[in-house]
Unconditional design. Structure first.
Length: 402
């Protein structure tokens, strides 16, 4: 009897973490690793091409636009052939993305490299989220939050290892090594990713073959509304990523050495709670989890906005990370389960809207903060989470496992 327990525990782990779940989780990690690796490359990229701050801002904006433009196109492909092949294709296309950015010798080629990187990472985002929805249905349990947790870990590894590698080996070598890591993960992903057949046309279909046309206005409207929920959660996330260090230095008087602590507190809290989020969601349901997370995020933003010093600000950013950790994964699961729409169609709508909050909105936040200060901006962003709290019932479809 005593020998049976380890075997039973091992079987339970295998049932909860089959190879299909590991494969899609690894795709998330690789995507985050490339995005994280791009961050320490940006200063070298600007110096090599002699870009002004405004020109660099346009390059970064082009990265986001490439991602957002790719998302609906990938959604259409997924609705026709399923998510497995697009995930593998885009994962493979992402292999040279960072090397091309790291080695681009002039501005025209750099623009193409930036657009290519945005298209591959953004397109993969839709494909791997669609595959995660399929795995959730197959396993009859939530996995989306942990998948996004792997993305967070990949981002932390990419950013954390990128700086030292660049310092010792140079930017070109770092880009090539990142490409090799992505290629290595592709071997497992391509072999074990869940093969999900294209979904049949929704029952409510009247004509046409595209999921957005046949799903009906109500289904399309619901997917778009879910995308707005994701958007309102991602705008504060973008503010934490891009402006937290500036806020600490300029308005709280924190030194350079400690200026990154806010993002560290935010990222660590978010990653930890994302891995715990699936169990929380399975126990309490998607709507209750979203409401609880939105409430915590509201408190975090208010603490940040009224923080008298570093310690309080760090508590606020940690609470914000906890609060935002599971809203977007729940929203994406709900978008992939909108009745009357194929998963790829609903997801492409939600991701296109949602990711604009993290890719484009921070530039507008900087403009507003220049006139008001970041403390007011962070406190004001709590209003967006109040709207998420009020609209959280719309994500109930995240619990659909049919």
């Amino acid at each position: 009897m005593t020998l049976a327990a380890p075997s039973s525990a091992s079987s339970a782990r295998a049932a909860a973490w089959p190879r299909e779940r590991l494969a899609v989780s690894l795709a998330f990690l690789a995507n985050g690793f490339v995005i994280g690796g791009w961050a320490p490359q940006i200063p070298l990229f600007a110096a090599r091409l002699d870009l002004s701050k405004a020109q660099l801002g346009l390059m970064i904006l082009a990265f986001g636009l490439g991602a957002i433009l790719a998302m609906p196109l990938v959604g259409r492909v997924i609705s026709r052939i399923g998510s497995k092949r697009p995930t593998i294709w885009l994962h493979a296309a992402m292999v040279p993305a960072l090397p091309l950015l790291a080695l681009a010798p002039n501005v025209p080629l750099a623009i193409l490299a930036v657009l290519f990187a945005g298209i591959t990472t953004g397109g993969l985002d839709v494909a791997m989220n669609a595959n995660a929805v399929s795995v959730e249905r197959r396993l009859q349990r939530a996995i989306m939050s942990s998948c996004h947790g792997f993305w967070s870990v990949g981002g932390l590894l990419g950013a954390g290892l990128g700086g030292p590698i660049i310092a010792f080996l140079g930017g070109g070598a770092h880009g090539l090594l990142t490409g090799l890591v992505v290629a290595a993960t592709l071997l497992f992903v391509a072999r074990h990713l869940l093969s999900d057949e294209p979904e049949p046309a929704p029952v409510a279909a009247q004509s046409g073959t595209d999921g957005a046309r046949v799903g009906g206005f109500a289904s399309v409207g619901k997917a778009l509304a879910i995308g707005v929920v994701a958007l309102f959660a991602m705008i504060p996330e973008g503010a934490a990523i891009d402006w937290s260090a500036v806020y600490l230095r300029q308005e709280l008087g924190v030194g350079t050495a400690a200026s990154g602590l806010a993002f560290a507190a935010f990222s660590a809290a978010m990653a930890i709670l994302r891995f715990a989020g699936d169990g929380i969601r399975d126990r309490f349901g998607a709507v209750a989890t979203a409401r609880g997370c939105a409430s915590i995020a509201i408190v975090g933003l208010l603490v940040i906005g009224f923080a008298p010093g570093l310690a309080a600000a760090l508590v606020g950013f940690a609470l914000l990370g906890i609060g935002l950790s599971n809203i977007v994964p729940i929203a994406f699961s709900a978008a992939g389960n909108v009745e009357g729409l194929k998963a790829g169609t609903g997801l492409s709508m939600a991701t296109s809207i949602g990711y604009s909050g993290i890719l484009i909105a921070p530039s507008f936040i900087g403009f507003i903060a220049e006139h008001t200060g970041f403390a007011i901006v962070y406190a004001g962003l709590a209003a967006l989470l109040v709207l998420v709290l009020a609209a959280s019932g719309i994500v109930s479809g995240a619990d659909r496992r049919a």
